[in-house]
Design a protein around this ligand. Structure first.
Ligand SMILES: C[S@@+](CC[C@H](N)C(=O)[O-])C[C@H]1O[C@@H](n2cnc3c(N)ncnc32)[C@H](O)[C@@H]1O
Length: 223
């Protein structure tokens, strides 16, 4: 089933040979091939259970000759030049950074489509610090859920001018879902601040950091 989040990932994907790392159900590879958006997809998962489901879904769609399922962690399933585009979606931002970092030279030869479920701030920091440039970003919305989709590739990107931009990059300001993302960040910061203020052993450093972020966010250029 192609949800708005998956659709947005697909719309950002443009490649002949794609690797979908952590494919689970293989919905993305199936859609890419059925809609002739790609010639061949390597669909991988670290766990046997999801890989088995992927194999079964792919064979139901008669696409076993176009989608190859591999079992293994991160980019270790890929040989150099096998894929021009790598999708890593539906995982935490920290795990996505670790997957890239473990095979960074291979990752730098591909276009990366990344959809972190959390820690977007840390992922943007990781990418810019480690020689990637974020070439585009998109936002998907499903009910109250707001997702970021990052396109990255080898290249130099200047650091963002302010720390808050790692949470909410300025280039997203004209996106149709910018306000939803802004509200999400506002809710997130306010919730952490509320929790810390009501905790018996307040982490004062963390509290100050979140208060600063909230202030920066509220002073942020609005649409
Ligand atoms: C929540 S699912 C996301 C599925 C799909 N990518 C999506 O966006 O809907 C995450 C999948 O990633 C797999 N996974 C977790 N860590 C992984 C790793 N290091 N390498 C490959 N797959 C991994 C899990 O087994 C799981 O099937």
């Amino acid at each position: 089933m192609i949800t708005p989040r998956l659709k947005c990932i697909i719309e950002n994907t443009n490649g002949k040979r794609i690797a979908d790392i952590g494919t689970d159900h293989a919905y993305i590879p199936i859609y890419l091939i059925e809609n002739k958006l790609s010639d061949y997809v390597i669909a991988s998962d670290i766990r046997k259970g999801p890989a088995k489901i992927a194999v079964s879904n792919i064979s139901e769609h008669n696409l076993s000759d176009k989608i190859e399922v591999r079992i293994g962690g991160g980019l270790s399933v890929l040989k150099e030049n096998e894929a021009d585009t790598i999708i890593i979606a539906g995982m935490g931002g920290q795990l996505i950074s670790e997957i890239i970092d473990a095979d960074i030279q291979l990752a730098k030869k591909c276009r990366l489509i990344l959809q972190p479920m959390n820690a977007q701030y840390e992922l943007r920091k990781y990418l810019i610090k480690n020689g990637f440039t974020i070439t585009n970003e998109d936002i998907a919305v499903e009910g109250f859920k707001v997702y970021n989709i990052l396109n990255a590739e080898n290249g130099h990107q200047s650091k963002f001018e302010t720390d808050i931009e790692y949470h909410l990059p300025k280039y997203l300001i004209n996106h149709k879902y910018y306000n939803q993302l802004y509200e999400k960040k506002h809710r997130e910061f306010s919730k952490v601040i509320h929790g810390l203020e009501n905790s018996k052993h307040t982490d004062t450093k963390k509290l100050q950091l979140y208060k600063n972020w909230l202030k920066e966010l509220e002073n942020y250029e609005s649409k």
